[in-house]
Design a protein around this ligand. Structure first.
Ligand code: ADP
Ligand code: MG
Length: 717
């Protein structure tokens, strides 16, 4: 017997291009290319999305309704007919196997071709979804294969052992590639290469979770043994699939664990909590922190006191009060004689943070400055000088804070607001501004826990899961644009009661002139025609910063009743007296964005309403999004719905691509396995032997293979 290939040799063989596989000519290769499959390994890890039970063919009399079935039959009659109600043409072929009869029906067809295919007496094997409307059951547009004259069914089946007498895998196809051919190629590749797929998981781990070895899992997922449970297979719960999913999650989380551990190993600030500033602030605040705020603040303080850098994600729904938690954390850093940087994604938001922090800082005798890309060179120089000589305690700003020449005397804590607007690189840039500073990133776009563990797996997670008391949930209504008047009526009522209103126009790109026009004209029209008696302001991304600021200030100080705006108000704006928001073309917005926008109202104790106005023509997904918004205010539920509608890839966008692609696992349904794999991965990463010991050599190599460049760990040998 030939010696087993080493791990490295196996890897090489799995990278074999499909061109080098027997039976895959240029034509087939092109089909696989269209499926984005180029190597043997890619084919192995492209799983069937469904299975068909062809262990034995069922008699026509015992077929199940509403099920895709395959059965044998002989044509007993064929011909064109008219449907009973709508009098449309259809072609009907009745087949029989002695046990019963069933009708095959076509509604779009070429008559001459069907006549030729289905002469009375021809025998074949048919596949399709069985339905029962009348007395005779039927399937529409069946797949069909025909027996040769004189051939028995047994002979026919024996000649095609890949298609009969077993559970069939069903693969994703592309035009010109049939299931039959696909099956043949997959079978050949599985037979020839699956045994090369090895995953050097520790034996005790595979035992604990009852995992199949990778090669066997691959064999069984593609060509399940006949005794397999078809329901488990089709529900994605087979042992083979669980093993593959676990394997994939395990390497993902092992990488995350090492990243987190890499951060932990660095020497960081071990802050002390002296309460010098935090206690006075708590006493000055007009409210008490909620239990959730106190809990996450405790978690943050624990991290800050530890001698290694904090790397923590603070999630909290819109309006849950993250800002004050961030300020408390900042004060802890300042109590320890270090500086704090606060970075926000837009000027409006950065400015708002600055204005929120400034009075408190002032009362505590602390100095905070503001930096964006649009301040004058002279003031910028002043800010940089004050930062460098250490007289400034806190700098609030936009991306401008991350620029190379912004140098802190001793940065102790970096805070990033609305983390989803930033990438991994910005986090790294901020971290470089100090000697292993602590990092707190915040997001009001909650992501489901499974996703958080994957995308932000290298961050510790804190969640504010409680809103401050006294909030009434925002009522949400969906209005077709024809009923826009109702929205106007509602806005007038609120304004008459001394409240304020937002009217939002979509603006895909801030540079899109046509949309800008829509907002400008919209404001013009609203101001003069719809709300002539009210004070209407316009806010959009093209205004100069000081113009924006003027409009925002006017709205905040109630000099404006109605603010017509593009989505620049989306993030973080806080005007508690605004109680109604009307969103035009709401169907065009994503769920996360709608949730953010809606979060601008309902911030005070008065009841608020959000009116989603949509165009008559509205996509299916668009409609679903609006319905989700009307059904819940819970950011986490909205995020899960978003994930379902868009799928994880789209949901995450390209921004977060710092992790390996998931080939087999499904974040939506495999969450429990992610948690288990994560636990195991963190255990191993915590074993001091992991980075050096020979017995982990293959595991380390496998980890590198899965992560590639994305795992920047010079320490792995
Ligand atoms: P977000 O989490 O969306 O950033 P903010 O920090 O802007 O939320 O807080 C929303 C509003 O709730 C602010 O007006 C803030 O002053 C107020 N707030 C924060 N914490 C509390 C609390 N514990 N009790 C009452 N109001 C609070
Ligand atoms: Mg906020």
């Amino acid at each position: 017997m030939a010696p087993l290939p080493t791990y490295a040799q196996s890897r090489k063989l799995l990278a074999t291009p499909l061109t080098a596989v027997r039976g895959v000519g240029p034509r087939l290769q092109e089909k696989f290319q269209q499926l984005n499959l180029h190597t043997v390994e890619q084919v192995l890890f492209t799983l069937p999305f469904r299975y068909e039970d062809r262990r034995q063919l069922r008699a026509i009399a015992s077929l199940h309704n509403e099920t895709r079935e395959t059965f044998f039959g002989e044509v007993v009659s064929a011909g064109e007919q008219l449907t009973s109600r709508t009098r449309k043409k259809l072609y009907e072929v009745v087949v029989s196997d002695g046990s019963g009869r069933i009708a095959l029906k076509w509604f779009h067809y070429r008559k001459a071709w069907l006549e030729k295919q289905y002469p009375v007496g021809r025998r074949g094997v048919f596949t399709g979804e069985v339905k029962q409307f009348g007395a005779l059951r039927e399937i529409h547009h069946p797949e069909a294969e025909f027996l040769a004259a004189g051939q028995s069914l047994a002979q026919y089946m024996a000649a095609d052992p890949l298609s009969f007498g077993r559970i069939l895998p069903v693969y994703p196809l592309t035009e010109g590639l049939t299931q039959k051919t696909a099956r043949k190629i997959w079978k050949q590749i599985v037979d020839q290469f699956a045994n090369l797929a090895v995953s050097p998981l520790p034996a005790d781990l595979t035992r604990r979770h009852q995992l199949l070895p990778l090669d066997r899992a691959l064999q069984e997922i593609h060509f399940p043994p006949n005794e397999a449970d078809l329901d488990l297979l089709n529900d994605g719960h087979s042992a083979a699939r669980k093993s593959l999913v676990f394997d994939e999650f395990f390497y993902l989380e092992l990488g995350m664990a090492l990243k987190q551990r890499g951060v932990l190993l660095e020497q960081g600030h071990a802050f002390q909590v002296s309460h010098l500033y935090t206690r006075p602030l708590a006493a000055m605040l007009p409210f008490r922190l909620t239990a959730a705020q106190r809990r996450v603040l405790g978690e943050i303080k624990q991290d800050m006191m530890a001698p290694h850098p904090m790397n923590r994600l603070l999630q909290g729904d819109v309006g849950s009060g993250k800002t004050v938690v961030a300020l408390m954390a900042a004060l802890v850093a300042i109590e320890n004689d270090t500086q704090v940087a606060v970075v926000a994604p837009t000027e409006i938001l950065a400015e708002q943070h600055y204005r929120q922090f400034q009075p408190w800082m002032d009362r505590l005798g602390l100095k905070v400055l503001f930096l964006t890309g649009s301040i004058t060179a002279a003031s910028r120089r002043k800010v940089l000088a004050a930062l460098a000589d250490g007289t400034v305690h806190m700098l609030v700003g936009t991306h401008a804070v991350l620029q190379e020449d912004v140098v802190f005397a001793r940065l102790g804590l970096g805070i990033i607001d609305e983390q989803h607007r930033f990438g991994v690189l910005q986090r790294a840039a901020l971290r470089k501004k100090g000697r292993h500073p602590d990092l707190l990133v915040m997001t009001a776009t909650p992501i489901p826990r499974t996703l958080a563990l994957t995308v932000y797996g290298d961050l510790a997670l804190s969640v504010i899961d409680e809103l401050p008391p006294g909030r009434t949930p925002v009522a949400t209504r969906i209005l077709p644009e024809k009923q826009r008047q109702q929205a106007y009526v509602r806005i007038r009522e609120e304004v008459a009661a001394g409240r304020q209103a937002y009217i939002i126009y979509p603006l895909v790109e801030e540079t899109e002139n046509s949309d800008l026009l829509a907002a400008t004209e919209g404001a013009e029209h609203l101001a003069t025609q719809v709300f002539p008696g009210h004070r209407v302001g316009l806010l959009h991304g093209r205004l100069k910063p000081d113009e924006k600021e003027q409009v925002m200030q006017a709205f905040k100080s109630r000099d404006l009743d109605i603010l017509v705006s593009t989505t620049v108000v989306e993030v973080g704006i806080d005007v508690p007296n605004a109680t109604v928001m009307m969103i035009e073309h709401a169907e065009r917005f994503g769920l996360a964005q709608l949730h953010q926008l809606r979060g601008r109202v309902g911030r005070g104790s008065a009841a608020s309403i959000c009116l989603l106005v949509h165009a008559q023509r509205c996509s299916e997904d668009g409609r679903r999004r609006l319905e989700v918004m009307a059904s819940t205010n819970d950011g986490f539920r909205i995020a899960e719905a978003d994930l379902e509608i868009r799928g994880p890839g789209e949901f995450l966008g390209t921004r977060q691509s710092g992790m390996p692609d998931l080939r087999v696992a499904d974040l939506l349904r495999d969450g429990a396995w992610l948690e288990r794999a994560r636990q195991e991965a963190f255990l191993i990463a915590d074993d001091p032997a992991f980075l050096a010991d020979q017995r982990y050599a293959d595991l380390r190599q496998a980890l590198k293979d899965r992560w590639g460049e994305r795992l920047e760990l010079a320490t792995i040998g």
